[in-house]
Design a protein around this ligand. Sequence first.
Ligand SMILES: Cc1ncc(COP(=O)(O)O)c(C=O)c1O
Length: 443
Amino acid sequence: MQYTHTSKIANVIKRDGKVLMTTTKGDIPLVAERGEGDFIYDISGNRFVDFSSFISVYNFGVNSTRQVRDAIKRQVDTLMHSAFTDYYAQAPVAFAENLITMFPSGFGRVFFSNSGTEANEAAIKFSRYFSRRQYMMGFYNAFHGRTMGALSLTISKGVQRGRFGPFGAAVHAPYAYCYRCPLGKEYPSCALACVDHIKKAILSKEVSPKEVAAIFMEPVQGEGGYIVPPKEFAREIRAIADDNGIILVSDEVQAGYMRTGKFLAMDNFGVKADIYTMAKAVGAGLPMGVTVTRKSLGDMPLGAHSNTFGGNLAAVAGADAQLRYVKSHMASLASQASSKGALITKRLRAMANSNELIGDVRGLGLMIGVEFVKDRKSKEPAVKERDAVLMESFKNGLVMLPCGESSIRIIPPLTISIQHLRQGLDILEDAIEAVAKKDRKGS
Ligand SMILES: Cc1ncc(COP(=O)(O)O)c(C=O)c1O
């Protein structure tokens, strides 16, 4: 499919620029109108294979499943909002009970909000409250959201923090980004020098571990570049938390909800956190965030934290229908994530053999990142080339998202057909070839 840029599309984009304050839109002129299964359609009838799941929200098909949509419609006709934080309602309680069954034993408290940043905001407040400590520890390249508490931990791009400080009490540690080790080491000969640095520099010189309430960790860094750490890294972080009475928060807003093949991404490392935060896919297309805590952490007093829309009935109806779908398709979803993820990485690694632009291909399940470089020796980030690959792919019928400095995320719905997956990969391969060719001509 060749994309047609119509005046209708141009008109919406122009009006958007006049009235909307700030967003994260790039150059891709997608004006979405309709979605179904593996495809997104824009307002002029252009059709795209979806490799974005609209930022890992539609993990089970664009616009979710019919059962989810029907459940939401039924609830909309009955009662959409019931001020669940002030009065009682059956559906949010049932959903919380259902959700808890997906967590390790001992997890028993759910807090509902409307987004990832709010789920993390709650986790920050709960950790401070339970531990009576003030500091948070996060990681370089982390993204936990944009409200002030979460932003204290977010450190993936300068623009996200510029002119917004001062921030809450937070320190940042090196994440095991082994392709570009922040300490200039090589894995595995480094013996996880990043962990050593956390112990010997950050938690002994910058802040006392006894003052750290929580460590916030994305099991796979998302916005920061789809960075998958070695398994031992997560285990070492768990050990640091255990040794110092620190709460470990796993931010699963992007990596959770089957995206990596497991309901909880942290399970890939054999690690259990103390608090999990989720959003994006949980609400099946409606806004929902959840913060799930170990019962042993304790309870918050009434009124210490709350909101208006948490447990919104329409959102809960969709989320519960989706969770039932996930539970009854667990094994198939897990195997689709791993087999389709393997298919994509194999193909991209084969492309990398003949294309210097591809510096690194990494991923877990169906959460895959491709990092673009000017050449493999210098590893200089190829930002313009990455953007050109996104645009070229879009023009040929494939929607994807950037991440990190020069990477692309490949996150189709887990249910994408093999045929459409291959179709998307063909478009991506042609786009990378076209951009590389242009580069060769230009140099
Ligand atoms: C890991 C992670 N945490 C938190 C957030 C913030 O979520 P929201 O945009 O819903 O506030 C995101 C969003 O991309 C995310 O990827």
